[in-house]
Each structure stands twice: as C-alpha cells, then as structure tokens.
Design a protein around this ligand. Structure first.
Ligand code: UDP
Length: 323
C-alpha cells in the first residue's frame, strides 16, 4: 500500500510510520513540525527507501492534492494536541482541527475516494458524570461552557468525526475513526502538558514530581505500539469502514499512584508535590476525574487486546529519556 500520514513526525504518527514500514507499505509523511520533530523520523530516512517526507502544512491544498492523489490510504494524525497546547493556542487549534480535516476529507473524496483513517480522542466524551468511569462509542457527550478551551478541543474533534461520517454517508468515502485514550511511549514530550513524560523527566532530573489537584483522578494509559498496531489493523478491515472505535487500555490508575510508580521505577529521590489547578493552568481549564475506554467493539472486530502493561511502558519511557 502507498500510505500518507499527516502529522507523521509527531509522537503517534512517527510510530505509525514505523509500523506501516514494517508491514511493507510505502510511507509518505507530511508534518509542519508544530508539535512533531525531525528527531522522530530521522532513523526512518536512513532505514527505508520506502519512506519520504514533506515539511509543510496540511493547509497547503496544492501539495495535499498531489500527495493524496498518489496514495491508496490517508492516516490523518495531524492535529493540535495536548491540554496545555490547546489552552495556549486556542485559535490555531481550532483552525488545524477543523479546516485541516475538511481539506483532507474533501481531497480524499475528489482524488479517487481514498480511505481516510481519522485520529480522534477520548476528550470527545467530555465531562465527568456521577458514577461513570468507562465510555463506549455510542455514549452521550457532556461538555462544559465555551469559555473553557478544553471543550473547544473536544468540539473540534467531534466536528472532525461528524465531517468524516457525513462524507461516508453522503459520498461513500470510506472512513474509519479511532478515539485514542491517553497514549504514551517514547518520543512523547511533556511540553504540551502530558503527564507521563512530565513525571518521568521530573523523576530522572530529581525535580519535584508535580501532581495537579488532589491526584485522586484516574487515567488509563495505553502504550503507543499497541495503539499503532490497532490502527493499522482497523485500516485493513472492511467492516471498520464508517465506524468509530475506542483504542485504549481499560486499566486505570490514580495520578497519585502513577507518581509513586514513576518515582520507584526511575530510582528517583524526587519529592512529590500537589499543585492547585489554578496554578498549573492559568485559565480555561477543567480536569476530568475518571475516563476509561470500553474496548468491547474493537476486541470483537479485530481481537484487540493491549499487550504492554504500565510498568513496562514506564520502563521504556525511562530508557528513552535516559538516552
Ligand atoms: N497532570 C498532573 N501533572 C502534570 C500533568 C498532568 O497531575 O504535570 C494530571 C492532569 O491534571 C490530569 C492527568 O494528569 O488529571 C492526565 O493529564 P494529561 O494532560 O496527560 O491528559 P488528559 O487530561 O488529556 O487525560
């Protein structure tokens, strides 16, 4: 297959590039390096003749037309990501997530109805609700006010999903939507807010490990290699077309326990501190207490089960940061 990965120099996108190269595909990447990095793909340039890349924006319609025309399938991973990044760059986040996705879907439709795999997010489900921890694809979305940027991110990704489903229903453009739940692994940076790389880096540098709020909130973390394997398999399955899938690891942990675990596995002498949300994020923030994926749907279709457990994920991330 000739594949195009938008956002292919990003954290998930670069691992997906590697997975597809391992499967024998030809991989073309487009990335504007807003949150991605050349370091993520440097080794692929050397490793394979089937790999090439363009440093450009997905808003460049002329280039995108050419790239989509030349491929068999588009993996649309380019998006504004990370709670901190979204809060700091609200306008760019909306434009990238909405206009960017519209360009990709429109060109995929006009350039030969190329299949598009759209990366979405567990943020779609929105706010906490009493007694609910696990989320299924058909669940309601519950969002906060428009003054809080987090909900704009959730809404832009929801619009991406609406757009993709509309192209499928109205134009028969084959689309597959994947909702990723707290993916982590090597190459993820803490610069945009993500807790795992931040804790690991703090632990290795002997700096205080910073827990926001009371730390009793939970998250379920999924290793990036489990995620890209799931994406590659869904992309090949005819029954996945027009469907939405949670991709994640249902096992949850409190952020307090995560801090302890990272500290222990890193052999770190760091202290662990709690920071009020108002200090952690200047404005426009609302945290979520609990969020776990129900993965029945993806398990029934492709037999997906996450293979990598939390201790192994953390150990691999520690190894990466040490290097
Ligand atoms: N978090 C934290 N310390 C940090 C960064 C994040 O305690 O340095 C918390 C954050 O408030 C949230 C959880 O860790 O409760 C996961 O945050 P992240 O931004 O990684 O993912 P998301 O909130 O999008 O699930």
């Amino acid at each position: 297959m000739k594949t195009l990965i938008t956002g292919g120099a990003g954290f998930v996108g670069s691992h997906l590039a590697e997975e597809l190269l391992n499967r024998g595909d030809k991989v073309v990447v487009i990335d504007n390096l807003s949150t991605g990095s050349m370091d993520n793909i440097e080794h692929l340039k050397e490793r394979s003749k089937r790999f090439s890349y363009y440093i450009d924006t997905i808003m460049n319609e002329g280039l995108m037309r050419r790239l989509i025309k030349g491929c068999d399938i588009v993996y649309h991973m380019a998006a504004a990501v990370g709670v901190k990044y979204i809060i700091d760059n609200p306008l760019e986040s909306i434009q990238t997530n909405v206009r960017g996705t519209e360009i990709v879907l429109d060109l995929a439709n006009s350039q030969g109805k190329k299949k598009v795999v759209v990366a979405s997010t567990s943020e779609i489900y929105g706010k906490d609700r009493p007694g609910k921890r696990s989320f299924r694809e058909g669940d309601d979305r519950v969002l906060g006010p428009t003054t809080i940027s987090r909900w704009s991110y959730s809404s832009t990704k929801a619009l991406d999903e609406f757009l993709a489903l509309a192209y499928w229903r109205e134009k028969k453009l084959p689309v597959v939507i994947v909702r990723l739940f707290n993916t982590c692994g090597p190459r993820q940076t803490g610069r945009y807010g993500m807790v795992m790389p931040r804790f690991v880096k703090q632990a290795l540098l002997g700096q205080p490990i910073t827990i926001y709020g009371d730390g009793k909130q939970t998250r379920s973390f999924t290793y990036v290699l489990d995620v890209v394997r799931a994406i590659a398999e869904l992309a090949q399955d005819k029954k996945a077309v027009g469907e939405i899938f949670n991709v994640g690891n249902p096992k949850a942990i409190t952020i307090n326990e995560l801090a302890q675990k990272v500290k222990r596995l890193a052999g770190s002498g760091s202290s662990i501190t709690h920071i009020p949300y108002e200090k952690a994020y200047e404005k426009g923030f609302e945290d979520m207490r609990h969020r776990e994926p129900d993965i029945t749907k993806i398990r029934l279709l492709i037999g997906f089960r996450p293979k990598v457990e939390l201790d192994e994920m953390i150990a691999n991330i520690i190894k990466y940061f040490k290097r």
